[in-house]
Design a protein around this ligand. Structure first.
Ligand code: AQP
Length: 338
């Protein structure tokens, strides 16, 4: 008989830099929308962030800023469990156990590792390579069933399913659920403003490539005005954006911000150049992001209050994850601690 797992949403974001519009549309906005429908567990994954060098003071600041970004985007720390990964030992422990289940061949296929390591694969940390096994543990430590992510993380959630299935098969149990990646909406992959073939990323060396959630109205407008586009006017329907990555990206961002369909946006701006479209996009971005930025500034002014929220979240997270890890150890044949 297969176990019916209680639906539980789990997702995380790395405090590896300031939040971008990509993180907001691909993750935060959707995290807030999931609340109330099912139990929601959201994690600031600092153990993932340190797989590449993080200057300690910057990591501290970025983690608090990320917590403020979650809350300002509508994640309610009462309704959701909001916490820092390194505060809950279950992550590191289950990460090790899951890295003993994952196979080298599976890990070698992970495209994010190849992208991040580039030609430097011999010099990057072992942690960067093992990252997907830790991510699997993050999800499985809560018996997470639904994982809202952007396109870039789909492969890692699929690997989590492979690890869960192998564990269940090897130990003849039905202990871990098969988590589903939830990839929905117009902005599952927001692209760089400088290169429509690269995703918008908080660690891109070019600040002009992204909109940060801390950018003020003038900076947002300027970045959108300077965003790379082609010379053609907007087509009458979204179909006409095929093979025009930069144009498609700007229309998709507008759609995700306003809730209007890309087809309707194209029909409204048909025949007009980006000189007409960009100011409308800048207005929509500023109107949407301004209250979030303001709230983030208020919240980060009181770091002690943020730390209290995160510690309380860690207690709630630990209450779910610790018994799941204890049971994992028992299944594997380790002497119970109690
Ligand atoms: N450009 C994007 N479009 C849509 N979704 C995105 N996400 C990230 N970038 C985009 C989603 O945000 C969540 C958190 O991502 P993460 O911080 O854990 O790592 P990442 O995917 O590697 O994000 P970044 O911004 O590119 O960070 P760095 O530069 O440190 O690697 C995920 O759900 C992700 O899909």
């Amino acid at each position: 008989m297969t176990t019916q797992f209680k639906p539980r949403v789990f997702s995380g974001i790395q405090p590896s830099g300031g939040l971008t519009l990509g993180n907001y549309l691909g993750a935060l906005k959707r995290f807030a929308e999931q609340q109330g429908q099912v139990e929601t567990v959201y994690c600031l994954v600092d153990l993932h962030a340190v797989t590449v060098w993080q200057e300690p003071q910057a990591l501290l600041r970025q983690t608090r800023e990320l917590a403020a970004g979650f809350i300002a985007s509508g994640v309610d720390p009462e309704q959701s469990i909001l916490f820092v990964q390194s505060h809950v030992p279950a992550h590191a422990e289950l990460g090790w156990l899951m890295s003993c289940v994952a196979r080298m061949g599976w890990m070698n296929r992970m495209t994010q590792f190849k992208d991040k390591a580039g030609k430097n694969a011999e010099k990057v940390s072992l942690g960067l390579y093992a990252y997907p096994a830790l991510m699997a543990a993050d999800i499985l430590a809560y018996h997470g069933t639904h994982v809202p992510v952007g396109e870039d993380q789909k492969q890692h959630v699929e690997l989590t399913r492979d690890i869960a299935a192998k564990f269940n098969h090897d130990y003849q149990v039905d202990f871990f659920p098969m988590p589903e990646p939830v990839i929905e909406g117009a902005a599952t992959r927001v692209m760089s403003l400088r290169d429509g073939t690269k995703k918008m990323s908080k660690s891109d060396p070019s600040d002009a490539s992204r909109i940060n959630l801390t950018d003020d109205a003038d900076t947002i407008s300027q970045k959108i005005r300077k965003a790379r586009t082609d010379a053609d006017p907007l087509p009458g329907s979204a179909e006409g954006l095929k093979d025009r990555p930069e144009a498609k990206n700007l229309v998709n961002i507008y759609a995700a911000l306003t809730g209007e369909k890309p087809d309707a946006i194209c029909a409204r701006f048909e025949g007009q150049g980006f000189g007409a479209f960009k100011p409308a996009l800048a207005d929509a971005a500023v109107a949407h992001l301004e209250p979030i930025t303001r709230r983030m500034t208020e919240l980060t002014a009181d770091p002690a209050a943020i730390d209290r929220i995160l510690r309380r979240g860690a207690e709630r997270a630990n209450a779910i994850a610790a018994p799941i890890v204890e049971e994992t150890r028992r299944i594997m044949g380790m002497i119970p601690t109690r």
